[in-house]
Design a protein around this ligand. Structure first.
Ligand code: BGC
Length: 526
């Protein structure tokens, strides 16, 4: 039994928490149609990535990539011991995919090219014509349907031959990436006018070299991650400048890189150290990549440079674990994007790391120096890492807009945002997530003056979710992974998204949740 003083203490805690909640901008959702609409030139889209949906791993002359190879030799990498051999089988069902996209009524489709489907060894001396034709047909069919293809060159599927070289930690891979990009621009640049070089280099470097030690890692914690960061940025600049010189004058396309961040809410917004922890998190997570490209002065953010230099010094290194760009590289990187491509899924609360001597262990986490928690009032999706706090989306966009002046001239596109559940077509929680998160965009646009011009829901359909295999789902369309032709069925969230796209407003009542439905997601604020 609780003593009465414990109850009093508890009430006080709850009161403090709910005041904090108010400060964080959460309220209970209403119904009806949103007051704001999406501007006429706002682009709605939906996204996927080759390895996550394509399958056909050894068909049509495709070479192996690091995921094919690793999952065949070490199936325990995925929680369900699955792989991407067939996945949603878009290699054979791409016309079904295009029909699904048409039904959503969106104007754009973000997809990726599998590097080894067009260059089986990763190198440009051997071009696979069957693979070339596969993507060309998709782009042509999309354009026939008035859907703009937005194409990612690298969505984490490193050609297997480069694993032995260390993947992104070997600077030679920059040359190979440039060669591959040149082939793609030459082959498809007449059809594709929006290119994304690398998807989330921050997550790619963290997951490959720091957290999960994926195939290319040689296991130097706190070191490889920054070599990967550095080379990814150099590779992006190389490809951007190559396109600018060799293709842009004729093709008139736009090129960017996809960056990602959760929103780090200061644990106590009244504590300067928590506010500083939030800033540190952002600079290490997204500023490390965005500052060299989007800031006026270029290069890594000062706070990132100082942090990693200091930690390296304390740890006895004669040189920083964060490499330095040459002056030419700083110049090539600065301004190397025609729009900002942002992925966002989740929020967290942050405060400074307090453990003594945490600097003794080499790691990105320790370099960041931020302790990550979550707000007890936020609900979680089916993924351990996804906490729902829609205002965090707006705050992140504002942070970017305030940090990088160039975003007054070039637009922000949200290239991924979506909700994770365990499957099924009656996905009321996903409907809520999209309503609540999408609602933040008109607020950011109309009330804060942010230059957001487009949004891609992630994902078009259920897919292979990296180490989670097929255990968690993201799709607007469900895929029956047990049926031979991978039957696709629209979920409630697909109807809801199509309605938002059609009306350019959010109707919070469009999908009525049955009264007695017991779900975990609370309704969050508009
Ligand atoms: C990746 C996607 C992935 C999603 C959810 C993003 O980091 O680009 O491939 O499905 O997150 O984990």
């Amino acid at each position: 039994m609780w003593s009465s003083s414990a109850v009093a203490r508890n009430t006080a805690v709850l009161l403090t928490i709910s005041l904090l909640q108010l400060a964080r901008g959460i309220s209970i959702v209403k119904s009806g149609v949103s007051n704001y609409s999406f501007p006429d030139d706002f682009i709605f889209g939906v996204g996927t990535a080759a390895f996550q949906i394509e399958g056909g791993w050894n068909e049509g002359g495709k070479g192996e990539n690091m995921w094919d190879t690793k999952l065949h030799s070490e199936p325990t990498i995925t929680v369900d011991h699955s792989n991407g051999d067939v996945s949603a089988d878009s290699y054979h069902h791409y016309m079904d995919d295009i029909e699904m996209i048409k039904k959503l009524g969106v104007q754009a489709y973000r997809m990726s090219i599998s590097w080894t489907r067009i260059l089986p060894n990763g190198t440009d001396n051997n071009i696979n014509q069957e693979g070339v034709k596969y993507y060309r047909t998709i782009f042509e069919e999309l354009l026939k349907a008035n859907i703009t293809p937005v194409v990612t060159l690298y969505h984490w599927d490193m050609p297997t031959p480069f694993i032995a070289l260390g993947g992104w930690i070997n600077a030679k891979v920059i040359d190979y990436f440039e060669d591959y990009a040149r082939v793609a621009f030459r082959l498809y640049g007449d059809l594709v006018k929006m290119w994304l070089t690398i998807n989330e280099p921050n997550e790619n470097c963290k997951n490959t070299y720091e957290y999960y030690k994926l195939p290319a890692a040689v296991k130097l914690q706190g070191v490889e991650i920054y070599i990967c960061t550095h080379n990814s940025l150099r590779a992006h600049a190389r490809v951007y400048r190559m396109y600018e010189k060799e293709f842009k004058p004729d093709q008139q396309g736009k090129v960017s890189i996809v960056l990602e961040s959760a929103w780090p809410e200061p644990n106590d917004p009244n504590k300067p150290e928590d506010v500083e922890a939030s800033e540190n998190y952002l600079q290490m997570q997204i500023g490390m990549f965005a500052h060299p490209i989007f800031s006026e002065e270029g290069d890594y953010p000062r706070v990132v440079r100082e942090k990693i230099n200091n930690m390296s010094r304390l740890q006895g290194f004669a040189r920083s674990r964060l490499p330095y760009f040459t002056d030419e590289e700083v110049t090539a990187l600065r301004g190397s994007a025609d729009f900002f491509a942002l992925n966002h899924y989740s929020s967290m609360t942050v405060s400074p790391l307090k453990e003594d001597y945490y600097w003794k262990d080499l790691s990105y986490y320790n370099d960041t120096g931020v302790h990550i928690q979550v707000d007890p009032f936020w609900t979680r999706s089916a993924a351990f890492w996804q906490y729902i706090y829609p205002p965090g989306f707006r705050k992140l966009i504002n942070w970017l807009q305030n940090n990088y002046k160039i975003l007054r001239e070039i637009p922000i596109f949200i290239t991924e945002n979506g909700y994770i559940d365990l499957g099924g077509t009656e996905d009321y929680e996903r409907v809520d997530y999209y309503n609540d998160y999408l609602y933040q965009l008109p607020l950011a646009i109309h009330e804060d003056g942010c230059n957001v011009k487009g949004y891609f829901a992630w994902s078009l359909m259920d897919h292979f979710e990296w180490r989670d295999g097929y255990t968690i789902k993201f799709g607007l369309y469900s895929v029956d992974f047990n049926s031979p032709n991978r039957t696709r069925t629209p979920k409630l969230s697909a109807y809801n998204y199509a309605n938002i796209v059609r009306t350019r407003r959010i109707d919070f009542d469009y999908i009525k949740r049955p009264e007695n439905l017991n779900t975990t997601t609370s309704k969050l604020a508009k």
